[in-house]
Design a protein around this ligand. Structure first.
Ligand SMILES: [Zn+2]
Length: 368
């Protein structure tokens, strides 16, 4: 939500970015828009059948299981629509699963609970140990061995941690399926995409090799600093044996605007406008901090890439993305508060001084 340059693609809004090799040409276009590559083709009927076969394999058991699937709820539109699809369209027996990492906005829980109640899905709120979470996120932000210029390591590792938390919980409860509402870009970055064109497959395999290496580094660093490392913090695989992870948004076209309309009407869902008055996506409080650090590193964050991808795919309007950034909350007080809570004021100040100098607003806030 933070912009560091006005040199951006006039079609998809991606910023010029040396770190990621994004250039804007004389026509004002990034290399993706200049190439005008057609969006990847998908065999939707085949993908839908794959999805339905997975569901049928579990629903065919008699007597039916009380919970055939654990559905991860974040309060955002994607997980809301996913829960609606699974319950209203496919009639699955579900258990809602809401994870509390200690850094969510309260609306996350309000929204998720409303969704579950509307759909008559029982749910649990799984509260992670706050002291462990403080150590974990401080480590993700500050550990030099895993740090990236765009600070993407925080979401990469945390995303895997949340899924592994859900799949381990499902295994303990005897629930065979776990559903996660990640969007297609996120599914690719998790290495879970099932149908891809060769170039995308190569990208995904390369990304997964990097993640595997970083996971080993992260685990070793954690063990040296904090002792034994719970598997779920830096898991090698996302699900333990006996649990199948399902990402519905790779089986159907991802249409955020339509999905939003459906969940508003069916579930009384309301957008969480903590990032911007124009809603596109929601997330936890930590998102603001790492996206600020990405800005200070003069790089697009992975969320900036996601929005641009969606504009290029035609699923999100350019005006909506522009409005999102124009109306974004760019205040630093909340960021300073998080840095203090995580006990990393000195580390943040060092990082900010190296990246942008002592004039930085957050740097000054952290000094006072
Ligand atoms: Zn572009």
């Amino acid at each position: 939500m933070f912009r560091y340059t006005t040199t951006a693609c006039r079609k998809c809004n991606l910023q010029e970015d040396t770190f990621h090799g994004i250039t804007i040409d004389a026509q004002g276009l990034c290399q993706f828009c200049a190439k005008q590559a057609p969006p990847p083709q998908r065999d939707w009927p085949r993908l839908k059948t794959l999805f339905e076969d997975t569901l049928a394999g579990v629903r065919g058991r008699l007597p039916r299981l009380p919970h055939e699937g654990l559905v991860m709820l974040s309060g955002g539109k994607d997980s809301a629509y996913m829960a609606h699809l699974l319950k209203d369209v496919y009639g699955m027996n579900l258990l809602g699963f809401i994870i509390d990492i200690n850094y969510e906005y309260p609306e996350t829980f309000d929204n998720a609970a409303t969704i579950a109640r509307r759909l008559e899905i029982p749910y649990v709120v799984y509260r992670q140990d706050p002291a462990l979470m403080r150590r974990y996120y401080r480590y993700l932000f500050c550990e030099p061995g895993i740090h990236q210029q765009d600070c993407g390591q925080v979401c990469t590792f945390c995303g895997r941690f949340l899924i592994r938390t859900a799949t381990e919980f499902a295994r303990a409860m005897g629930i065979p399926l776990v559903f996660s509402g990640h969007n297609p870009d996120q599914i690719l970055l998790m290495g879970q995409a099932v149908e891809l064109e060769p170039a995308q497959r190569e990208f995904m395999e390369f990304t997964m090799a990097v993640v595997a290496e970083d996971t080993a580094t992260a685990r070793a660093g954690w063990q040296a600093a904090h002792g034994p490392c719970p598997e779920r913090l830096f898991p090698e695989s996302l699900a333990p044996a006996g649990v199948q992870l399902v990402f519905p948004y790779q089986h159907f076209p991802y249409l955020p605007e339509t999905m939003m309309q459906v969940v508003r009407e069916r579930l009384d869902w309301t957008p969480i406008k903590r990032f911007s008055k124009t809603y596109i996506a929601s997330g936890c409080r930590l998102v603001k901090l790492w996206s600020y650090l990405a800005r200070c590193g003069n790089t697009n964050s992975y969320v900036d890439f996601e929005f641009s991808n969606q504009v290029r795919n035609g699923t999100l309007a350019l005006e909506t993305v522009r409005a999102f950034y124009d109306q974004a909350d760019t205040g630093c007080e909340e960021l300073a508060e998080i840095a203090r809570d995580l006990g990393m004021v000195d580390e943040m100040r060092r990082m900010l001084r190296d990246r942008v100098g002592e004039d930085d607003e957050l740097y000054r806030l952290l000094a006072s």
